[in-house]
Write a protein that binds this ligand. Structure first.
Ligand code: F6R
Length: 609
C-alpha cells in the first residue's frame, strides 16, 4: 500500500527521502515521488515505476540543498499508475503539496465542486482533490485550512502536507490509515511505518485518529480534532535497523521463514505461567467474562484469516461452543449476529488492515467483547480492541507473511487453551500436555528448517507447473488455504485449495496428466479418506506430493513423493506442516526468478477497503 515519508531538519532531504522510501518498498507500489521545499517554492519530482527511476530523475535535475520535504510510494487504486497520478500532488497555485494514503470516497463530488470554483484536475486520482481542496480552504492559516478541508473528506486518509508559505514546517493528519511521527535531534519525521526512519531515529509515536501534527525541526505539536494540544508517550524502538535488513539472505521471505523458531518462542514464553497456567495479561475482559462467552467469531484477511480457520476447528472442540471464522471484508456487510456474549477475535499482522479494523468497529458497535492478535505494537487494531495479544514476531518485511502466521497460530491456540481451562472444558492433564506440545513447536520447526534440500528438489521438479491443487480435510484443509495462497501470490502459478472430499463435485475435471496435487495428510482421523482422495486424482493422471506424519506407513505407497512432519501432538502439527509448504512456495518462486518480497500488484499493509 502507499507509503509516506516526510522530513524537516538540517540534512539534505532528497537522499534521505529516497532512502526512506526504499525502506517502504516492501509495502508494494507502482510509482513514487517527492516534494521539496526550495528557494523557488515547492519542487516536485515523480514518476511511474520504481524508486530507482525516481532516483535517476532526481540525479539528472541536480541537488537543490533542500532540508524539508515529503515523499510517497503509490499503490494505484483510483487511476492507473502514471506520472500524473503519482504523488505528491501540488495544487495548481503551487501553494500546497500533499501525499496521501487511503481512499477519499467522495472525491468525485468534491472534484465537481472544485471545478465550479475554477479548479482544474490533471489526473484521475482521488488524492489530487485533497491538495486542491486544502488550497481552496487556505487563507493564510495552514492548520485551519487542513481542518476545514478535512470536514469535507469522506473515507480514509494519512496525509503529509507542505505549504510554500511555511517552508520550515510539515503537517500530517490521519484517519483510518497509519502514520507515525519520529523524533530526532533538530530534525523530525513522519512515515507510514517505522523501518522508513529507523536509520535516523528510534523514538516514535503513532498519531491517533484525526490528530493533526505540525512538525518543525525543533518541535512537534499534535492537535486533536478540538484543536487541543495532545501529548504522546514516545516509544523507543528496541529492534535495530538490522532486524529490517536481509542479514545475508537473498530475500526477506526466507529470512523470515528461518526466524520462525525464535519468533514462536518469543511469542509463547511471556504467556506461560508457573504450574501450567497461561497468562493473558487482560485488564478489561475478566476470567468471568471469558467464562460467560457463548460464541466466538474470528475475523481477519488473507493469511491471518487462514489462521482463524485452523483455530475455528481447535477452539470449537476445546470450548464446545460455536466458533466461526469469517473474512473481515465480508463480516461487516453480513449483518453478523453478535451480542455482549460474543467474543470477536481480530487477527492482523500490521494492525492496520482496513477491512479488519472496520470489522472490529462493527463488532464493538454491536456490543461484542473484542480481542485482537496483532504484531505491530500500538497499531490501530491493537489500540481499538478491548484486549490485545501481541505476537512477538518482530518486523515482517516480506509481503508474503510467514512468521506472523506462525506466531498468530500459537497465540490463538494458547488463548483457546486458557479459555478451556477457565470454562472447565479441558482436563488439567490435557491442557498440560497441549502446553508441552506448544513449547516443543520451535524445536520442531527448527528441525524442518535444517533440511531444506528435499523441498528444493521437489521445487526443481515442479516449478514449471501451470496449476497446483492443495487438498486436505479439516485442519489440513485450513492449512491448504494458506499453502495455496503462499504459492500463488509469490510464484504466480495458479493454485487452488480444496477440501479433499469436495473436489469430485466439479473441480476434479481440471485434473489431467501431470497436474500437481499436494495432499496434506496429517489430520489422523481422516487419513483413510485422504488416501482415497489421492487415489482419485492419481487415477486421472495427477502427480502427488503428500505431507504426512512421521509414523504414516500407508500414504507413501500411493503418493509420488512424501514430506514427513516430525512426530508431535495434534496441536503442534499445523505449525510444523505449514513450514515445508512455505519453503516449497519460496523455492518455486525463486527458481522462476520472481520478485519474491514484492510480488506484483500486492501490498504489505492493505489500508483500503
Ligand atoms: C499473504 C498476506 C496477506 C495478509 C493480509 C492481512 O501472505 O500476507 O494475505 O495476511 O493482507 O494482513 P494483516 O495480517 O496485516 O491484517
Amino acid at each position: 500500500m502507499c507509503g509516506i515519508v516526510g522530513y524537516v531538519g538540517e540534512k539534505k532531504v532528497t537522499p534521505l527521502l529516497l532512502e526512506a522510501l526504499e525502506k517502504l518498498e516492501y509495502r508494494g507500489y507502482d510509482s513514487a515521488g517527492i516534494a521539496l521545499m526550495t528557494d523557488n517554492g515547492i519542487g516536485i519530482k515523480k514518476t511511474r515505476g520504481r524508486i530507482a527511476d525516481l532516483r535517476k530523475i532526481v540525479e539528472e535535475s541536480g541537488e537543490c540543498g533542500s532540508t524539508v520535504g515529503i515523499g510517497h510510494t503509490r499503490w494505484a487504486t483510483h487511476g492507473e499508475p502514471s506520472d500524473v497520478n503519482s504523488h505528491p500532488h501540488l495544487s495548481k497555485s503551487g501553494r500546497v503539496a500533499v501525499v496521501h494514503n487511503g481512499i477519499i470516497e467522495n472525491y468525485m463530488e468534491l472534484r465537481d465542486f472544485l471545478i465550479t470554483r475554477g479548479y482544474e484536475f490533471a489526473g484521475e486520482t482521488d488524492s489530487e482533490v485533497v491538495s486542491e481542496l486544502i488550497d481552496y480552504c487556505y487563507s493564510g492559516d495552514p492548520v485551519y485550512a487542513v481542518r476545514k478541508a478535512e470536514l469535507q473528506l469522506k473515507g480514509s486518509y494519512a496525509l503529509g502536507i507542505i505549504f510554500s508559505d511555511f517552508p520550515d514546517q510539515i503537517f500530517a493528519l490521519r484517519k483510518d490509515s497509519p502514520l507515525i511521527v519520529g523524533i530526532g535531534e533538530r530534525e523530525n519525521f513522519i512515515a507510514s511505518d517505522i523501518p522508513a526512519i529507523l536509520k535516523y531515529t528510534r523514538d516514535v509515536f503513532r498519531l491517533d485518529e484525526r490528530e493533526l501534527a505540525v512538525l518543525t525541526r525543533r518541535s512537534v505539536t499534535v492537535l486533536n480534532s478540538f484543536g487541543e494540544r495532545v501529548d504522546h508517550v514516545i516509544e523507543h524502538i528496541e529492534w535495530d535497523s538490522g532486524a529490517a535488513e536481509k542479514g545475508g539472505y537473498p530475500h526477506f521471505m526466507i529470512k523470515e521463514i528461518m526466524e520462525q523458531p525464535d519468533a514462536i518462542s518469543k511469542t509463547i514464553a511471556p504467556r506461560l505461567a508457573e504450574g501450567g497456567g497461561i497468562e493473558l495479561g487482560f485488564k478489561s475482559i475478566s476470567d468471568e467474562d471469558l467464562k460467560n462467552i457463548e460464541s466466538i467469531k474470528i475475523t481477519a484477511c488473507g493469511s491471518a484469516y487462514h489462521v482463524g480457520v485452523v483455530a475455528k476447528h481447535l477452539l470449537k472442540k476445546w470450548l464446545n461452543i460455536p466458533v466461526e471464522a469469517e473474512l473481515a471484508s465480508e463480516f461487516r456487510y453480513d449483518d453478523p449476529i453478535i451480542n455482549e456474549r460474543t467474543l470477536v477475535i481480530v487477527i492482523s499482522q500490521s494492525g492496520e488492515t482496513l477491512d479488519s479494523l472496520y470489522a472490529l468497529r462493527e463488532a464493538k458497535a454491536k456490543g461484542a467483547r473484542t480481542v485482537s492478535i496483532v504484531n505491530v505494537v500500538a497499531s490501530s487494531i491493537a489500540n481499538e480492541s478491548e484486549e490485545v495479544l501481541y505476537t512477538w514476531a518482530g518486523p515482517e518485511i516480506s509481503v508474503a507473511t510467514t512468521k506472523a502466521y506462525s506466531t498468530q497460530l500459537v497465540l490463538i491456540e494458547l488463548f483457546g487453551i486458557r479459555m478451556a481451562q477457565l470454562r472447565g472444558t479441558m482436563s488439567p492433564e490435557r491442557s498440560a500436555a497441549l502446553i508441552e506440545s506448544i513449547k516443543g513447536i520451535p524445536e520442531g520447526v527448527s528441525h524442518i528448517l535444517k533440511d531444506v534440500q528435499t523441498i528444493q528438489y521437489m521445487a526443481s521438479l515442479y516449478f514449471n507447473s501451470q496449476s497446483v491443487f492443495f487438498l486436505g480435510r479439516n485442519i489440513d484443509f485450513a492449512l491448504s488455504l494458506e499453502a495455496s495462497l503462499k504459492l500463488k501470490e509469490i510464484s504466480y502459478i495458479h493454485s487452488e485449495a480444496y477440501a479433499a472430499g469436495e473436489l469430485k463435485h466439479g473441480t476434479i475435471s481440471l485434473i489431467e496428466d501431470d497436474t500437481l496435487v499436494i495432499a496434506l495428510c496429517t489430520y489422523r482421523p481422516l487419513l483413510e479418506k485422504m488416501i482415497s482422495n489421492i487415489k482419485e486424482v492419481k487415477a486421472r493422471g495427477a502427480k502427488v506430493i503428500a505431507i504426512i506424519n512421521e509414523d504414516d506407513i500407508q500414504t507413501g505407497t500411493v503418493a509420488d513423493h512424501i514430506i514427513r512432519i516430525p512426530e508431535c501432538d495434534e496441536i503442534a502439527t499445523p505449525s510444523l506442516t505449514i513450514v515445508p509448504l512455505q519453503l516449497f512456495a519460496y523455492y518455486i518462486a525463486s527458481l522462476k526468478g520472481c520478485d519474491i518480497d514484492k510480488p506484483r500488484n500486492l501490498a504489505k499493509s492493505v489500508t483500503v477497503e
